[in-house]
Structures are given as C-alpha cells and as structure tokens.
Design a protein around this ligand. Structure first.
Ligand SMILES: Cc1cc2nc3c(=O)[nH]c(=O)nc-3n(C[C@H](O)[C@H](O)[C@H](O)COP(=O)(O)O)c2cc1C
Length: 153
C-alpha cells in the first residue's frame, strides 16, 4: 500500500483540521495516511511515497511552534530530499500583508533547495476569504489526487 505523510504546522488547530479532513480522500484511493503533529527529520526516513504539508503562519511570517524544530533541522542538518514528492497547503491571512503565508512559502523554498519536487501548485488559503479552511482544501486535494493520477487500488 502506498503511503502519504501529512506534516502539520499549526497554532490554533486549523491546519490540523485540514489534515484530518483530507486524510480520507487519500485513503479512498488506497493510500496509508499518517498525520504528523510533531514532525521531526526521522519522519522523512524512510521517505513516504508522498508528503503533504499543511502549515499555517504565525508571528510575522513565522512557523508555528510545533513546526519550528523541524524547519530548523531541515536548515541545519539538511537531508537529501531528491526522491521526495510533496504537496503544500499554506494557511494564512492576507491582512498580514507581505508576510501572507510566509511560513508555507518559506517551507516550499526550503524543500526545493533540498531537491524535493513539489507536485502541482501550492494552495494558499486566506482566512480573510475562506472562513472554513476545509472548504478550500477538500476540492484542492480532490483535484490534486486527480492531477497526480493517484488511483484507487
Ligand atoms: C498572532 C498571529 C499572527 C499571525 N501572523 C500571520 C502572518 O504573518 N501571515 C499570515 O499569512 N497569517 C498570519 N496569521 C493568520 C494565521 O496563519 C491564520 O489565521 C491561520 O488560518 C491559522 O491556522 P492555524 O489554526 O492552523 O494556526 C496570524 C495569526 C495570528 C493569531
């Protein structure tokens, strides 16, 4: 059974809620899903078949507290991620201006630097426009699954 790990970075639970809501969509196409609430580099070894990052932004473009050690270790002890294929859902609020989805964008750049390959475009969910993040995330994941040709087994 192929595997997907959903890495969560959250302050108030919105990104975790997104992870929990989209997990069944992957299960329906035959993936074994793990939701990682306290990510560490060990969660990338061995690499899952797919990774999905659901990460909100706090402070002024900063990573949520539970995600800080993981992001720091990615920078300081960079693993080779050439075989890593991932999707990225960033949660933010455009009223924060230039730091909108800053953590998700920084993570995306970091993963690209480490050789990982993003599948599809990054989804950015703006709390100013979308009251329930799931309303944006579920259709995006459905399309993502279709585009990547993930098939029911
Ligand atoms: C103290 C604080 C700081 C925030 N800073 C930013 C920011 O710099 N950029 C941004 O896009 N959103 C920012 N946000 C908005 C959150 O990212 C947004 O509300 C998100 O949906 C929260 O997701 P979570 O429930 O997973 O933590 C901030 C929210 C709070 C409460």
């Amino acid at each position: 059974m192929p595997s997907i790990k959903i890495f969560v970075g959250t302050m108030y639970g919105g990104a975790l809620d997104v992870a929990e809501q989209v997990a069944p969509l992957f299960e329906q196409v035959g993936y074994e899903v793990s939701i990682i609430e306290q990510p560490t580099l060990d969660d990338l070894d061995p690499l899952p078949d797919l990774a999905l990052f659901c990460v909100s932004t706090t402070g002024s473009g900063d990573f949520p507290g539970n995600f800080v050690p993981f992001a720091r270790d990615l920078r300081e002890s960079p693993p080779a991620l050439n075989q890593c294929r991932y999707g990225l859902i960033a949660l933010g609020d455009s009223s924060y201006g230039e730091t909108f989805c800053g953590a998700g964008r920084a993570l995306d750049a970091l993963l690209e630097d480490l050789g990982a390959q993003r599948l599809g475009e990054r989804l950015e969910i703006d709390a100013m426009e979308t009251f329930m993040a799931d309303d944006a995330a579920i259709p995006w994941v459905e399309s993502w699954i279709d585009e990547q040709g993930l098939q029911a087994t």
